[in-house]
Design a protein around this ligand. Structure first.
Ligand code: C2E
Ligand code: MG
Ligand code: MG
Ligand code: MG
Length: 281
């Protein structure tokens, strides 16, 4: 009986699995060619001073424009890029492109705008990672403190000597370090005092309900106070409503990012947004 059941379960699921792995293989081979076909593009989302709404920096967010697939969002392809190791060359392209973009803005608009770049665990652990970062800075001419690398708690979780060492090297180079999606990684908080982070990005899941849920408001307030006690700056992610900005102002949150200010924009639109909407501070 058990054997028959196992067999029919197999018969039921096998075709689906084949389909899934076929799709994966197809995605993978398309992704292998995406860099040389210039199918990747960076969008930029403003990060503003919470008190004034003036621009402080921008986060670079990756998009994949494939003729067959259309625009693919990072949640759909970053995990596969991680698994296959393709994240290393893709991430290198992102770093170069983001640093050069920040320099273009500086040259054409005369203002320094910081740039934040997401780094995934596999990319971070690549032996050439620190060199890649230094190279992107050098070839663009961007100053190290203008670049902030966003790392998730997931990466810090498997805390190894190498992780600590890479973070220390990056910190010593003057690059800024942020914890992305703070509060979602089940991390012990102790890493905050032993690792050289500059910024905490409060995950949007907490920010989204600060006006509706007393618990979320209490958590965000506590995170801001804790961060400040540890000399860390705080960015609230996923700010969508004006009422949230007032809450964040009252609580002294340093920076905000979200659809309320702007969606992530292609570079041309980001420049227009800069010109028409906002002064830079
Ligand atoms: P993240 O780093 O936490 O980026 C913030 C995500 O929240 C972005 O999604 C952004 O579009 C979205 N977002 C911003 N404001 C709001 C808002 O007000 N409401 C809501 N609901 N969402 C908002 P996106 O661009 O789809 O990126 C998703 C994730 O993919 C990023 O999360 C990041 O972890 C990863 N990612 C993006 N670009 C890169 C990259 O170049 N390299 C790596 N390794 N990962 C990347
Ligand atoms: Mg991020
Ligand atoms: Mg530092
Ligand atoms: Mg985030």
């Amino acid at each position: 009986q058990a054997k028959r059941k196992g067999k029919s379960a197999y018969a039921l699921f096998a075709p689906e699995m084949t389909e899934v792995s076929h799709e994966r293989l197809q995605m993978e081979s398309l992704m292998r060619r995406a860099l040389e076909q210039k199918e990747f593009e960076l969008y930029y989302q403003p990060i503003v001073h919470t008190d004034s709404g003036e621009l402080s920096s921008a986060e670079a967010l990756l998009r994949w424009n494939n003729p067959g697939l259309g625009m693919v969002m990072p949640d759909r392809f970053i995990p596969l890029a991680e698994e296959t190791g393709l994240i290393t060359p893709i991430g290198e392209w992102v770093l170069h492109e983001a640093c050069h973009a920040a320099m273009r803005w500086k040259k054409t608009m005369g203002t320094s705008i910081g740039i934040s770049v997401n780094v995934s665990p596999r990319q971070f652990r690549d032996p050439g990672f620190v060199y890649t970062v230094m190279n992107a800075l050098e070839s663009s001419g961007l100053e190290p403190h203008q670049l902030e690398l966003e790392i998730t708690e997931r990466l810090i979780l498997d805390n190894t000597i190498e992780t600590a060492d890479i973070l220390r090297q990056l910190d010593q180079s003057g690059v800024r370090l942020a914890v992305d999606d703070f509060g979602t990684g089940f991390s012990a908080l102790s890493y905050l005092k032993s690792y050289p982070f500059d910024t905490l990005k409060v995950d949007k899941s907490f920010v989204q309900d600060v006006m509706k849920e007393a618990d979320d408001a209490a958590l965000v307030r506590a995170i801001i106070n804790m961060a400040h006690s540890l000399n860390l700056q705080v960015i609230a992610e996923g700010v969508e409503e004006e009422a949230q900005t007032h809450f964040l102002q009252r609580e002294g949150c340093d920076y905000s990012q979200g659809y309320f200010y702007s969606r992530p924009l292609p570079e041309d639109d980001f420049r227009s947004w800069l010109r028409s909407n906002h002064r830079v501070r």
